[in-house]
Design a protein around this ligand. Structure first.
Ligand SMILES: NC(=O)c1ccc[n+]([C@@H]2O[C@H](COP(=O)([O-])OP(=O)(O)OC[C@H]3O[C@@H](n4cnc5c(N)ncnc54)[C@H](O)[C@@H]3O)[C@@H](O)[C@H]2O)c1
Ligand SMILES: [Zn+2]
Length: 361
Protein backbone atom coordinates (compact mmCIF):
# COMPACT_ATOMS: atom_id res chain seq x y z
CA UNK A 1 0.00 0.00 0.00
CA UNK A 2 1.53 3.31 -1.02
CA UNK A 3 1.42 6.30 1.28
CA UNK A 4 0.80 8.94 -1.39
CA UNK A 5 -1.56 11.66 -0.14
CA UNK A 6 -5.16 11.45 -1.31
CA UNK A 7 -5.47 13.05 -4.75
CA UNK A 8 -7.84 16.02 -4.58
CA UNK A 9 -10.93 15.80 -6.75
CA UNK A 10 -10.52 16.78 -10.39
CA UNK A 11 -13.70 17.56 -12.31
CA UNK A 12 -13.83 16.79 -16.04
CA UNK A 13 -16.40 18.61 -18.13
CA UNK A 14 -16.67 17.49 -21.76
CA UNK A 15 -16.55 20.47 -24.13
CA UNK A 16 -16.91 19.77 -27.84
CA UNK A 17 -13.88 17.78 -28.96
CA UNK A 18 -12.01 18.76 -25.82
CA UNK A 19 -12.50 18.99 -22.08
CA UNK A 20 -12.46 21.44 -19.20
CA UNK A 21 -10.58 20.22 -16.13
CA UNK A 22 -11.11 21.89 -12.76
CA UNK A 23 -9.11 20.80 -9.76
CA UNK A 24 -6.77 21.83 -7.00
CA UNK A 25 -3.13 21.25 -7.85
CA UNK A 26 -3.77 19.91 -11.33
CA UNK A 27 -1.22 22.25 -12.95
CA UNK A 28 1.57 20.12 -11.49
CA UNK A 29 0.29 17.31 -13.73
CA UNK A 30 -0.33 19.62 -16.69
CA UNK A 31 1.32 17.22 -19.14
CA UNK A 32 -1.49 14.72 -18.48
CA UNK A 33 -4.19 17.17 -19.53
CA UNK A 34 -2.73 19.54 -22.14
CA UNK A 35 -3.27 18.45 -25.74
CA UNK A 36 -0.83 18.75 -28.64
CA UNK A 37 -1.02 16.48 -31.71
CA UNK A 38 2.78 16.78 -32.19
CA UNK A 39 3.60 16.69 -28.48
CA UNK A 40 5.19 20.16 -28.80
CA UNK A 41 3.83 23.23 -26.98
CA UNK A 42 4.13 27.00 -27.41
CA UNK A 43 3.67 28.61 -24.02
CA UNK A 44 2.34 32.19 -24.02
CA UNK A 45 1.85 34.02 -20.74
CA UNK A 46 2.18 37.38 -18.98
CA UNK A 47 4.40 37.84 -15.93
CA UNK A 48 1.29 38.19 -13.71
CA UNK A 49 0.40 34.54 -14.32
CA UNK A 50 3.67 33.11 -13.03
CA UNK A 51 1.94 31.13 -10.28
CA UNK A 52 0.42 29.05 -13.09
CA UNK A 53 3.07 29.20 -15.81
CA UNK A 54 5.91 28.02 -13.54
CA UNK A 55 4.40 24.61 -12.71
CA UNK A 56 3.39 24.16 -16.35
CA UNK A 57 6.89 24.98 -17.60
CA UNK A 58 8.22 22.40 -15.17
CA UNK A 59 5.62 19.77 -16.08
CA UNK A 60 6.18 20.14 -19.84
CA UNK A 61 9.97 20.34 -19.69
CA UNK A 62 11.57 19.82 -23.12
CA UNK A 63 8.17 19.65 -24.86
CA UNK A 64 8.11 23.48 -24.72
CA UNK A 65 9.08 24.70 -28.20
CA UNK A 66 8.57 28.36 -27.33
CA UNK A 67 8.21 30.17 -24.00
CA UNK A 68 6.91 33.62 -24.87
CA UNK A 69 6.07 36.42 -22.44
CA UNK A 70 3.32 38.87 -23.38
CA UNK A 71 2.01 42.05 -21.78
CA UNK A 72 -1.44 41.92 -20.26
CA UNK A 73 -4.12 44.44 -19.37
CA UNK A 74 -6.89 45.35 -21.78
CA UNK A 75 -4.53 47.46 -23.98
CA UNK A 76 -2.58 44.28 -24.76
CA UNK A 77 -5.62 42.70 -26.45
CA UNK A 78 -4.43 44.05 -29.78
CA UNK A 79 -3.58 42.94 -33.28
CA UNK A 80 -0.03 44.12 -32.55
CA UNK A 81 0.28 41.43 -29.87
CA UNK A 82 -1.15 38.78 -32.21
CA UNK A 83 1.64 39.76 -34.61
CA UNK A 84 4.27 39.48 -31.89
CA UNK A 85 3.04 36.02 -30.92
CA UNK A 86 2.90 34.99 -34.59
CA UNK A 87 6.41 36.22 -35.29
CA UNK A 88 7.83 34.35 -32.31
CA UNK A 89 5.90 31.15 -33.14
CA UNK A 90 6.96 31.14 -36.80
CA UNK A 91 10.56 31.91 -35.88
CA UNK A 92 10.49 28.95 -33.47
CA UNK A 93 9.39 26.67 -36.33
CA UNK A 94 5.67 26.30 -35.61
CA UNK A 95 4.05 23.41 -37.47
CA UNK A 96 0.39 22.60 -38.15
CA UNK A 97 0.28 19.91 -35.46
CA UNK A 98 1.82 21.95 -32.61
CA UNK A 99 -0.34 23.51 -29.90
CA UNK A 100 -0.39 26.75 -27.92
CA UNK A 101 -0.85 26.95 -24.17
CA UNK A 102 -2.25 30.33 -23.12
CA UNK A 103 -1.72 30.98 -19.42
CA UNK A 104 -3.29 34.07 -17.86
CA UNK A 105 -6.45 36.13 -17.48
CA UNK A 106 -9.07 36.70 -20.16
CA UNK A 107 -6.74 39.04 -22.02
CA UNK A 108 -4.01 36.40 -22.42
CA UNK A 109 -6.42 33.61 -23.41
CA UNK A 110 -8.36 35.83 -25.85
CA UNK A 111 -5.26 37.13 -27.65
CA UNK A 112 -3.42 33.80 -27.76
CA UNK A 113 -6.54 31.88 -28.77
CA UNK A 114 -7.04 34.31 -31.65
CA UNK A 115 -3.41 33.93 -32.75
CA UNK A 116 -3.90 30.13 -32.69
CA UNK A 117 -7.08 30.52 -34.77
CA UNK A 118 -5.32 32.29 -37.65
CA UNK A 119 -1.74 30.96 -37.60
CA UNK A 120 -1.34 28.38 -40.42
CA UNK A 121 -5.17 28.65 -40.77
CA UNK A 122 -5.62 27.34 -37.25
CA UNK A 123 -3.55 25.31 -34.81
CA UNK A 124 -4.69 23.68 -31.58
CA UNK A 125 -4.56 25.59 -28.30
CA UNK A 126 -5.09 25.05 -24.60
CA UNK A 127 -6.28 27.60 -22.05
CA UNK A 128 -5.03 27.90 -18.49
CA UNK A 129 -7.12 30.70 -16.97
CA UNK A 130 -5.60 32.38 -13.91
CA UNK A 131 -8.44 34.72 -12.93
CA UNK A 132 -11.92 34.01 -11.62
CA UNK A 133 -13.30 35.81 -14.72
CA UNK A 134 -11.21 33.57 -16.95
CA UNK A 135 -12.18 30.33 -15.20
CA UNK A 136 -15.89 31.14 -15.05
CA UNK A 137 -16.21 32.80 -18.41
CA UNK A 138 -13.44 33.99 -20.75
CA UNK A 139 -11.63 30.67 -21.29
CA UNK A 140 -14.86 28.75 -21.85
CA UNK A 141 -16.94 28.54 -25.00
CA UNK A 142 -14.51 29.06 -27.85
CA UNK A 143 -14.76 32.79 -28.52
CA UNK A 144 -11.40 34.47 -29.11
CA UNK A 145 -10.83 38.11 -29.99
CA UNK A 146 -8.74 41.22 -29.87
CA UNK A 147 -9.86 44.83 -29.66
CA UNK A 148 -9.84 47.39 -32.47
CA UNK A 149 -9.52 51.15 -31.88
CA UNK A 150 -13.21 51.36 -32.90
CA UNK A 151 -14.38 48.92 -30.24
CA UNK A 152 -13.88 45.87 -28.03
CA UNK A 153 -13.61 42.35 -29.48
CA UNK A 154 -14.19 43.50 -33.08
CA UNK A 155 -11.61 41.08 -34.53
CA UNK A 156 -12.03 37.48 -33.52
CA UNK A 157 -12.84 33.89 -34.32
CA UNK A 158 -14.68 30.93 -32.86
CA UNK A 159 -11.83 28.56 -32.03
CA UNK A 160 -12.42 26.37 -28.98
CA UNK A 161 -9.41 25.26 -26.92
CA UNK A 162 -8.71 21.50 -26.81
CA UNK A 163 -8.25 21.61 -23.05
CA UNK A 164 -8.99 24.16 -20.34
CA UNK A 165 -7.17 23.71 -17.02
CA UNK A 166 -8.60 25.64 -14.08
CA UNK A 167 -6.59 25.29 -10.91
CA UNK A 168 -7.80 27.50 -8.04
CA UNK A 169 -4.33 27.30 -6.47
CA UNK A 170 -3.10 29.95 -8.93
CA UNK A 171 -5.80 32.40 -7.77
CA UNK A 172 -3.82 32.95 -4.55
CA UNK A 173 -1.92 35.87 -6.14
CA UNK A 174 -4.96 37.51 -7.80
CA UNK A 175 -5.78 40.96 -6.32
CA UNK A 176 -8.96 40.94 -4.24
CA UNK A 177 -10.84 43.31 -6.53
CA UNK A 178 -10.27 41.17 -9.64
CA UNK A 179 -11.00 38.05 -7.61
CA UNK A 180 -14.41 39.28 -6.43
CA UNK A 181 -15.45 40.93 -9.71
CA UNK A 182 -14.80 37.70 -11.61
CA UNK A 183 -16.88 35.69 -9.17
CA UNK A 184 -19.94 37.71 -10.18
CA UNK A 185 -19.85 35.87 -13.54
CA UNK A 186 -19.64 32.48 -11.79
CA UNK A 187 -22.70 33.20 -9.64
CA UNK A 188 -24.48 34.68 -12.68
CA UNK A 189 -24.06 31.37 -14.53
CA UNK A 190 -25.69 29.53 -11.63
CA UNK A 191 -28.60 31.99 -11.37
CA UNK A 192 -29.60 31.79 -15.03
CA UNK A 193 -29.59 28.03 -15.37
CA UNK A 194 -28.91 25.92 -12.29
CA UNK A 195 -31.02 26.17 -9.12
CA UNK A 196 -29.03 23.47 -7.24
CA UNK A 197 -25.70 25.09 -8.03
CA UNK A 198 -27.20 28.45 -6.96
CA UNK A 199 -28.12 27.16 -3.54
CA UNK A 200 -24.86 25.26 -3.01
CA UNK A 201 -22.89 28.31 -4.14
CA UNK A 202 -24.73 30.64 -1.81
CA UNK A 203 -24.09 28.26 1.10
CA UNK A 204 -20.38 28.13 0.29
CA UNK A 205 -19.99 31.89 -0.24
CA UNK A 206 -17.85 32.43 2.89
CA UNK A 207 -15.50 29.62 1.90
CA UNK A 208 -15.35 30.97 -1.67
CA UNK A 209 -14.42 34.42 -0.35
CA UNK A 210 -11.66 32.80 1.71
CA UNK A 211 -10.40 31.19 -1.52
CA UNK A 212 -11.04 27.70 -0.21
CA UNK A 213 -9.95 25.24 -2.91
CA UNK A 214 -12.78 22.72 -2.66
CA UNK A 215 -15.47 25.41 -2.61
CA UNK A 216 -13.88 27.08 -5.65
CA UNK A 217 -13.65 23.81 -7.57
CA UNK A 218 -17.37 23.16 -7.00
CA UNK A 219 -18.39 26.70 -8.00
CA UNK A 220 -16.08 27.05 -11.03
CA UNK A 221 -16.82 23.57 -12.36
CA UNK A 222 -20.54 24.29 -11.96
CA UNK A 223 -20.24 27.63 -13.76
CA UNK A 224 -18.21 26.07 -16.57
CA UNK A 225 -20.79 23.28 -16.94
CA UNK A 226 -23.59 25.86 -17.23
CA UNK A 227 -21.72 27.95 -19.78
CA UNK A 228 -20.62 25.04 -21.94
CA UNK A 229 -24.13 23.54 -21.77
CA UNK A 230 -25.64 26.77 -23.06
CA UNK A 231 -22.92 27.38 -25.65
CA UNK A 232 -23.25 23.90 -27.11
CA UNK A 233 -26.92 24.47 -27.87
CA UNK A 234 -25.99 27.79 -29.54
CA UNK A 235 -22.35 27.67 -30.71
CA UNK A 236 -22.59 30.71 -33.02
CA UNK A 237 -24.24 33.01 -30.50
CA UNK A 238 -27.65 33.20 -32.19
CA UNK A 239 -30.07 32.91 -29.27
CA UNK A 240 -29.80 30.88 -26.07
CA UNK A 241 -26.23 32.04 -25.47
CA UNK A 242 -27.74 35.43 -24.74
CA UNK A 243 -28.89 34.08 -21.35
CA UNK A 244 -25.27 34.40 -20.24
CA UNK A 245 -25.68 38.14 -20.72
CA UNK A 246 -27.83 38.41 -17.59
CA UNK A 247 -26.88 41.78 -16.05
CA UNK A 248 -24.96 42.83 -19.14
CA UNK A 249 -27.44 45.12 -20.93
CA UNK A 250 -27.29 47.82 -18.28
CA UNK A 251 -23.88 46.52 -17.14
CA UNK A 252 -22.24 47.49 -20.44
CA UNK A 253 -23.83 50.94 -20.26
CA UNK A 254 -22.58 51.43 -16.68
CA UNK A 255 -19.10 50.31 -17.71
CA UNK A 256 -19.11 52.74 -20.63
CA UNK A 257 -20.41 55.68 -18.58
CA UNK A 258 -17.21 56.06 -16.52
CA UNK A 259 -13.55 56.36 -17.52
CA UNK A 260 -12.20 52.96 -18.66
CA UNK A 261 -11.02 50.89 -15.70
CA UNK A 262 -12.98 52.79 -13.03
CA UNK A 263 -15.47 49.96 -12.78
CA UNK A 264 -14.38 46.34 -13.35
CA UNK A 265 -16.51 44.44 -15.85
CA UNK A 266 -17.81 42.09 -13.14
CA UNK A 267 -18.65 45.06 -10.88
CA UNK A 268 -20.71 46.66 -13.65
CA UNK A 269 -22.45 43.31 -14.21
CA UNK A 270 -23.28 43.09 -10.50
CA UNK A 271 -25.11 46.43 -10.74
CA UNK A 272 -26.65 45.36 -14.04
CA UNK A 273 -28.01 42.25 -12.32
CA UNK A 274 -29.42 44.40 -9.51
CA UNK A 275 -31.33 46.41 -12.13
CA UNK A 276 -32.43 43.30 -14.07
CA UNK A 277 -33.89 41.93 -10.82
CA UNK A 278 -36.21 44.94 -10.58
CA UNK A 279 -37.39 44.50 -14.17
CA UNK A 280 -37.71 40.74 -13.64
CA UNK A 281 -40.03 41.28 -10.67
CA UNK A 282 -42.35 43.36 -12.86
CA UNK A 283 -42.16 41.42 -16.13
CA UNK A 284 -41.16 37.86 -15.31
CA UNK A 285 -42.78 37.12 -11.96
CA UNK A 286 -39.52 36.94 -10.00
CA UNK A 287 -40.28 36.84 -6.28
CA UNK A 288 -38.85 39.51 -3.98
CA UNK A 289 -37.48 36.63 -1.90
CA UNK A 290 -35.34 35.36 -4.80
CA UNK A 291 -34.30 38.90 -5.72
CA UNK A 292 -33.24 39.58 -2.13
CA UNK A 293 -31.19 36.36 -1.98
CA UNK A 294 -29.25 37.43 -5.08
CA UNK A 295 -28.73 40.97 -3.78
CA UNK A 296 -27.39 39.51 -0.53
CA UNK A 297 -24.83 37.41 -2.40
CA UNK A 298 -23.81 40.35 -4.59
CA UNK A 299 -23.40 42.64 -1.60
CA UNK A 300 -21.11 40.09 0.04
CA UNK A 301 -19.07 39.78 -3.16
CA UNK A 302 -18.67 43.58 -2.99
CA UNK A 303 -18.77 46.27 -1.86
CA UNK A 304 -18.62 47.53 -5.43
CA UNK A 305 -18.07 51.19 -6.39
CA UNK A 306 -21.24 53.21 -6.95
CA UNK A 307 -22.08 53.40 -10.66
CA UNK A 308 -23.26 56.30 -12.81
CA UNK A 309 -27.06 56.59 -12.59
CA UNK A 310 -27.65 59.75 -14.63
CA UNK A 311 -30.28 58.84 -17.27
CA UNK A 312 -28.84 61.42 -19.68
CA UNK A 313 -25.54 59.53 -19.67
CA UNK A 314 -27.01 56.01 -19.66
CA UNK A 315 -29.75 56.40 -22.32
CA UNK A 316 -27.42 56.90 -25.31
CA UNK A 317 -25.23 54.01 -24.14
CA UNK A 318 -28.24 51.68 -23.86
CA UNK A 319 -29.27 52.67 -27.39
CA UNK A 320 -25.82 51.53 -28.60
CA UNK A 321 -26.49 47.96 -27.42
CA UNK A 322 -26.10 45.42 -30.25
CA UNK A 323 -29.67 44.21 -29.69
CA UNK A 324 -31.29 47.66 -29.41
CA UNK A 325 -34.20 48.70 -31.65
CA UNK A 326 -36.45 51.78 -31.62
CA UNK A 327 -38.75 49.98 -29.16
CA UNK A 328 -36.08 49.19 -26.62
CA UNK A 329 -33.29 46.76 -25.99
CA UNK A 330 -33.26 43.04 -25.26
CA UNK A 331 -32.69 41.94 -21.72
CA UNK A 332 -32.30 38.70 -19.82
CA UNK A 333 -34.92 38.36 -17.11
CA UNK A 334 -35.00 35.92 -14.24
CA UNK A 335 -38.25 34.02 -13.58
CA UNK A 336 -36.81 32.37 -10.50
CA UNK A 337 -33.32 31.48 -9.28
CA UNK A 338 -32.00 29.02 -11.84
CA UNK A 339 -34.40 29.93 -14.67
CA UNK A 340 -33.98 32.88 -17.04
CA UNK A 341 -35.44 33.98 -20.36
CA UNK A 342 -34.67 36.54 -23.01
CA UNK A 343 -37.09 39.47 -23.23
CA UNK A 344 -36.72 40.74 -26.82
CA UNK A 345 -37.51 44.36 -26.06
CA UNK A 346 -37.45 46.24 -22.77
CA UNK A 347 -38.06 50.00 -23.32
CA UNK A 348 -35.07 52.14 -22.43
CA UNK A 349 -37.02 54.18 -19.82
CA UNK A 350 -37.57 50.94 -17.88
CA UNK A 351 -33.83 50.34 -17.73
CA UNK A 352 -33.32 53.92 -16.57
CA UNK A 353 -35.96 53.56 -13.84
CA UNK A 354 -34.33 50.32 -12.69
CA UNK A 355 -30.91 52.03 -12.67
CA UNK A 356 -32.32 54.77 -10.47
CA UNK A 357 -33.63 52.38 -7.81
CA UNK A 358 -31.23 49.41 -8.03
CA UNK A 359 -29.46 48.53 -4.82
CA UNK A 360 -27.08 45.88 -3.57
CA UNK A 361 -28.19 45.66 0.00
N1 LIG B 1 -13.72 34.96 -24.87
C1 LIG B 1 -14.77 35.12 -24.09
O1 LIG B 1 -15.80 34.44 -24.22
C2 LIG B 1 -14.70 36.15 -23.00
C3 LIG B 1 -15.69 36.18 -22.01
C4 LIG B 1 -15.57 37.10 -20.96
C5 LIG B 1 -14.51 38.00 -20.95
N2 LIG B 1 -13.58 37.96 -21.94
C6 LIG B 1 -12.44 38.90 -21.94
O2 LIG B 1 -11.63 38.66 -20.80
C7 LIG B 1 -10.98 39.86 -20.43
C8 LIG B 1 -11.13 40.06 -18.95
O3 LIG B 1 -10.58 38.96 -18.27
P1 LIG B 1 -9.81 39.14 -16.89
O4 LIG B 1 -10.69 39.81 -15.92
O5 LIG B 1 -9.23 37.83 -16.57
O6 LIG B 1 -8.71 40.24 -17.27
P2 LIG B 1 -7.13 40.28 -17.34
O7 LIG B 1 -6.61 39.20 -18.21
O8 LIG B 1 -6.81 41.67 -17.71
O9 LIG B 1 -6.68 39.98 -15.83
C9 LIG B 1 -7.05 40.86 -14.80
C10 LIG B 1 -5.83 41.31 -14.01
O10 LIG B 1 -5.33 40.24 -13.25
C11 LIG B 1 -3.91 40.06 -13.45
N3 LIG B 1 -3.69 38.62 -13.24
C12 LIG B 1 -4.12 37.59 -14.01
N4 LIG B 1 -3.89 36.41 -13.38
C13 LIG B 1 -3.29 36.70 -12.20
C14 LIG B 1 -2.84 35.91 -11.11
N5 LIG B 1 -3.02 34.58 -11.06
N6 LIG B 1 -2.26 36.55 -10.06
C15 LIG B 1 -2.16 37.90 -10.07
N7 LIG B 1 -2.59 38.70 -11.06
C16 LIG B 1 -3.16 38.11 -12.12
C17 LIG B 1 -3.69 40.62 -14.81
O11 LIG B 1 -2.36 41.07 -14.94
C18 LIG B 1 -4.67 41.78 -14.85
O12 LIG B 1 -4.13 42.92 -14.25
C19 LIG B 1 -11.62 40.98 -21.25
O13 LIG B 1 -10.76 41.34 -22.31
C20 LIG B 1 -12.88 40.33 -21.82
O14 LIG B 1 -13.26 40.87 -23.06
C21 LIG B 1 -13.66 37.06 -22.95
ZN1 LIG C 1 -19.38 39.38 -18.63
Amino acid sequence: VSSTPATPRVERIPAGEGAIWVGEGLLRDASRYLVSPSGRFLLVSPASARSASDPIRKALGSAVLLDFEIEDGEAAKSLANVEKISEAALAAGLRRDDAFVAVGGGVATDVTGFAAAILLRGVAWNAVPTTTAGMADAAIGGKTAVNHPRGKNLLGAFHPPRAVLSDPVCLATLPDRDYRAGLVEAYKAAWVADPELSSRASESLSAVLERDGAALVALLAGAARVKIGIVETDPRDAGRRHLLNFGHTLGHALEGAVPWGTLRHGEAVAWGIAAALEISKRRAGLSEQDAAAIRRTLSRLGPFPQPERDPKKLAPLLALDKKATAAGTAGVLLEEIGRARVEPSVPIPEWLDAAAIMSLS
